[in-house]
Design a protein. Structure first.
Length: 482
């Protein structure tokens, strides 16, 4: 009997298919070894399509095949048997799940063939995952970046997969049931329909393109330097398939790391952004570049993963940051957030506040009048009904580095507001202001703006209005008279 972690597939050759016969004197054929196996691994969900081929012996009449998945994470509702030869002479009459046996099924096959036939057994399993990670090295001037991408395959499925063809999927597939949960209870009601399983298998079984990128293999934490292989990449509507050249063996409980691509001299832009909701209340230093062919990338989407960044510093490497990169589609911009730069200081200072354009409401006649009107008379029957709040801010940027920097800040302001500045602000949306400026090396820049918020009766709509204004720095000096 072939030793397997998860399955015993037995060909029971008998004319009687009763349950009593299973425990009687029945000839059992030795399980043939796999002729081939292919793993298609989807990284956003815990989902792997396994397709294995075997050469099996059939006799004329009724044949019973037994398949079990003990101690594995196979989805029993997804297991399928397909004949690769003589399909018109082999027919599956029934697929049954015995009540007295757990994690097992039987195929009853009617055969007109007396001999060997190649078959494919396919199923979904969980416990096999892959992830991406990147290593980037920037030039000393931070104008270009060398980026190397890796993929790591981990096997916790309970089964060894020897000499398997491996394909890695990036994209979006919706699952009704989780594979691991289905594997634990084969008798539970199957909510995912057959059609959905068939469509998933059809999509994930599609071929990939010709090899394009180089890879090397490794097991556990030790790198095994092997002959470089290739990872083929193919676009299929909403997702991409990376096909690793050749065959790889991934034992249960082990992982293997492979190189996906190594892009050289990617042009990058360094930008400093102030976006409190995204980066907190400080300037975040960003590396920006495009996932395009022009930028020496752009052949496939870039999977999400950890990124370690370094910078060349004479004869050594300077560590910059470790961060998480989101999934980047083809043609989109890659944004790497390095965090706060110790050479760049940013602070938003509140300098002045005042109030004007005050309106009073009189009970008699419900009349509203502005406080500055000469005819108004303030009395105990009047109430404040509206006003403008003004706040003068200074966004001070101090650049202690030896290079000019580009700075962008984007911040939302609630209510009916007026944003007054001399820096030509723009609206990112109806309530979010965006300002761009350049700060010279070894200099300090004071960016003054006034935020006017309309309150009470003066509030008309929730949006920000931009206003160009020359705002002088206030004089806070005090003159003492004798």
């Amino acid at each position: 009997m072939l030793k397997q972690f998860f399955s015993t597939l037995v060909c029971i050759l008998a004319l009687s298919v009763s349950q009593t016969a299973l425990s009687g004197n029945i000839d059992l054929s030795t399980l043939p070894q796999r002729d081939s196996i292919q793993l298609t691994i989807y990284n956003s969900e815990d989902l792997t399509l396994v397709q294995e081929t075997r050469t099996m012996s059939f006799k004329t009449g009724t044949n019973k095949l037994q398949f079990s998945w003990a101690n594995t994470l196979i989805d029993p509702t997804s297991v399928e048997l397909r004949f690769l030869q003589k399909q018109d002479q082999l027919h599956i009459q029934q697929t049954s799940f015995p009540h007295d046996r757990h994690q097992m099924l039987y195929w009853t096959v009617n055969s007109q063939v007396d001999g060997q036939v190649s078959v494919e057994i396919s199923y979904f399993t969980s416990g096999i995952t892959w992830s991406a990670d990147y290593v980037g090295v920037a030039t000393a001037q931070e104008t270009h970046l060398d980026l190397e991408s890796f993929v790591r395959v981990r096997n916790q499925s309970g089964e060894n997969y020897e000499n398997a063809r491996i394909r890695l999927v990036v994209g979006s597939i919706n699952l009704v049931d989780k594979i691991a949960a289905l594997s634990l209870d084969p008798k539970k009601p199957v909510r995912r329909e057959k059609r959905q399983r068939h469509m998933l298998k059809k999509m994930m079984a599609m071929p990939a393109a010709a090899p394009m990128m180089k890879m090397k293999g490794s097991s556990r934490a030790t790198m095994q330097h092997e002959t470089p292989k290739a990872i083929a990449k193919s676009g299929l509507s909403e997702y991409y398939i990376y096909a690793i050249e050749g065959q790889e063996s991934i034992s249960n409980g082990w992982s293997k790391r492979m190189t996906s691509f190594n892009a050289k001299h990617i042009p990058i832009t360094v930008k400093y952004r102030y976006r409190p909701r995204e980066y907190g209340h400080h300037l975040a230093k960003l590396f920006l570049f495009d996932n395009t062919i022009k930028a020496h990338l752009g052949t496939t989407p870039m999977p999400k993963g950890a990124v370690r960044l370094f910078k060349r510093n004479q004869q050594s490497l300077e560590y910059l940051a470790q961060l998480q990169m989101k999934y980047v589609p083809l043609g989109d911009k890659v944004t790497l957030n390095l965090g706060q730069d110790p050479e760049i200081m940013f602070e938003e200072i509140k300098l002045q506040t005042w109030r004007d354009n005050v309106w009073m409401r009189y009970r008699k006649g419900q009349v509203h009048r502005r406080l500055h009107d000469k005819k108004i008379k303030v009395n105990h029957q009047a109430h404040v009904s509206g006003w403008h709040d003004h706040t003068l801010y200074n966004q001070r940027i101090r650049n202690f580095s030896n290079r000019d920097i580009d700075v962008e800040w984007r911040k939302p302001y609630p209510g009916d507001s007026i944003y007054s500045s001399q820096l030509n602000p723009s609206l990112h949306d109806y309530k979010t202001v965006e300002v761009n400026t350049k700060v010279s090396a070894q200099s300090t820049q004071n960016n003054l703006f006034v935020l006017t918020t309309k309150q009470g009766k003066n509030h008309k709509q929730d949006q920000v209005t931009l206003k160009a204004a020359d705002i002088p720095y206030p004089d806070f000096s005090i003159t003492l008279k004798r």
